[in-house]
Design a protein around this ligand. Structure first.
Ligand code: J2J
Length: 540
């Protein structure tokens, strides 16, 4: 058995015992999940990707052969591998191959660019980086060539499609070899945090804890062999992967249909063709779909559940889902760190439309507290703290940050402001963390500020959320110039050159002589948010 991973925080032994005794942690690995399903129903279709249809047996075999190929290439249990793939079957082939090998995927999003990817590779000392050749008009091979030059530990770039100067995934195909099964209590892979600090945080998830959340989610969402799930949001995201997402569907023996683009033009025909029963969207996309469905000529009658999460869904929008799409709406309030809340499919409208759901597990501990960590009165708004059988106890290699992000007794400080209803449902009322939620895409203010501050003409910077009718929020950068302020497009071009993902580039820039401060001398972001909201309300 390889040496335990450094830099992650396991659950205390007594909690681990409790979760095992309760039957939540069953000692099953992600690799075994696929093995068992493939043994049970090898010919059933697991994945539909473009014109490829992979059965459970084929996916299982491909994972084995790829694992053997990766081993031959020199990958070993415990190695970290940054995986950045769009919604294509290779994502699952690669992840399951890595799970079998005991190597650890680091799940990047397709939108990430040089700044983020280089950081993930460096921080995890990744030995390999997996990409698609091109997607959405972007050539990932050129990005990978740069990353390869800059990151010393990186030995391999593996490409789905045309490899260019790198290695084709399809060339890693060897007779399966006997591999020791990784321990279910060990870290299986890394999710990414939306974050609120200077650098993105990595979230270590174990086989045991993740599979529990997947299994329980599948049950809450009523998945079975007849379930057909359309993956619209990026497959690597925690929502699409596990709530109940693709893994929930594979667990239940259903079918996952991979949609390359989230637009209704592409998604609605898939629903008709594959008789999709369930999909998951962020609120702005849900609005776009509702609009499109009015004119759609597609038969959407197979759709039973539309999940919406990642950002607050306005009740007015939730109300329109049933009439427009002929299905139930399910609100999902989750986080890659763990805790996921669902409205239940049999909840009355008052709950289903107006709350963000309740936790998966009877062992999810939820506290709503004031600024001094004292529990607020029932029904009052406060900071959401949580711990439980699938919520991490610490970010990866982040000791200093963990001191702040977790309480001494292991509760994760979500940074969300919530209210708990009498029935135990959570309503998201706001956010205390320094983050912008741009239609479900999370932007850590400090991270962007640091990039902007690297520009020679910028003396001071504060990034805040501004209201937006479509996305809910967009980002506005308040900047103080050294001398003459450069045009906004120069700042944005500068950020892109630094390799910052496009969704983090400020939507608007305002120059000030100085940033306003609070009485204790901190930047007064509340004042900045109020100022820009007022300006927008006046139509400026
Ligand atoms: C308001 N805010 C929400 C909601 C997430 C399922 C669903 C979503 C995520 C996710 C996820 C919200 N209403 N319904 O991982 O498994 C905001 C909160 C939260 C943060 C987490 C899943 N659903 N949020 O969005 O890690 O602020 O996970 O703390 O990307 O999104 O973001 P992320």
């Amino acid at each position: 058995r390889p040496q335990a991973l450094d830099g992650w925080t396991p659950w205390p032994a007594e909690m681990a015992d409790l979760y095992r005794r309760a039957g939540y942690w069953r000692g099953e690995t992600l690799g075994r999940l696929l093995r068992e399903r493939a043994a049970r129903h090898p010919d059933r279709i697991a994945l539909v990707s473009g014109d490829r249809r992979l059965s459970y047996g084929e996916l299982d075999r491909r994972a084995d052969r790829l694992a053997a190929g990766l081993l031959h290439l020199g990958l070993r249990p415990g190695d970290r591998v940054v995986v950045q793939l769009p919604n294509i079957a290779e994502f699952f082939e690669v992840c399951f191959a890595l799970f079998r090998l005991g190597a650890l995927p680091v799940l990047a999003l397709p939108a990430h660019r040089r700044a983020e990817i280089a950081y993930f590779c460096e921080h995890t000392e990744a030995v390999a980086y997996v990409i698609a050749d091109r997607d959405g008009g972007f050539d990932y091979r050129a990005l990978a060539s740069q990353i390869r030059r800059d990151v010393g530990t990186l030995r391999h770039v593996l490409v789905a499609g045309e490899p260019g100067e790198h290695t084709a995934l399809s060339s890693l195909d060897r007779e399966p070899v006997e591999l020791p099964e990784p321990a279910a209590g060990d870290v299986a892979f890394f999710q990414l945090s939306g974050g609120s600090t200077g650098v993105p945080k990595l979230i270590p998830r174990t086989h045991d804890d993740y599979l529990y959340s997947v299994r329980a989610s599948a049950e809450i969402c009523g998945l079975d062999e007849g379930s057909v799930y359309l993956a619209v949001l990026p497959v690597a995201h925690n929502f699409t992967l596990s709530s109940p997402g693709s893994l929930g569907v594979l667990h239940a023996g259903g079918r996952v249909v991979l949609c390359r683009r989230p637009s209704p033009d592409e998604a609605l025909p898939w629903i008709e063709r594959e008789r999709v029963t369930m999909t998951a969207l962020v609120p702005p996309l849900a609005s776009v779909w509702l609009e499109a469905a009015r004119a759609a000529r597609h038969d959407l009658s197979s759709l039973k559940v539309l999940q919406v999460g990642g950002a607050r869904l306005p009740a007015e929008v939730a109300r329109r889902v049933g009439p427009a799409l002929g299905c139930k709406v399910q609100q999902v309030f989750g986080m890659a760190e763990g805790l996921v809340n669902y409205t239940r499919l049999d909840d009355p409208d008052a709950i289903a439309l107006e709350t963000q759901g309740r936790p998966i597990s009877p062992h999810d501990e939820v506290r709503v507290v004031d600024d001094d960590d004292r529990d607020v009165e029932p029904g009052q708004v406060g900071h959401l703290l949580t711990r439980g059988p699938y919520t991490i106890r610490g970010y990866y290699r982040a000791d200093a940050h963990n001191e702040k992000a977790f309480t001494r007794d292991g509760f994760y400080r979500t940074g969300d402001l919530v209210r708990r209803t009498r029935e135990g449902y959570l309503v998201v009322e706001g956010r205390a963390k320094d983050q912008i939620n741009r239609g479900g895409e999370k932007i850590a203010a400090e991270e962007v500020e640091n990039h902007v501050l690297a520009h020679p003409a910028v003396r001071d910077a504060a990034l805040v959320a501004m209201p937006d009718a479509h996305l809910g929020e967009r980002s506005c950068a308040f900047l103080v110039a050294r001398g003459q302020p450069p045009p906004a497009r120069e700042i944005n071009a500068f950020l892109r050159e630094r390799g910052v993902a496009q969704f983090k580039v400020p939507d608007r820039i305002e120059w000030l002589d100085a940033l306003p401060t609070t009485s204790v001398g901190k930047v007064d972001k509340k004042a900045l948010r109020r100022w820009i909201a007022d300006r927008l309300a006046q139509g400026a």
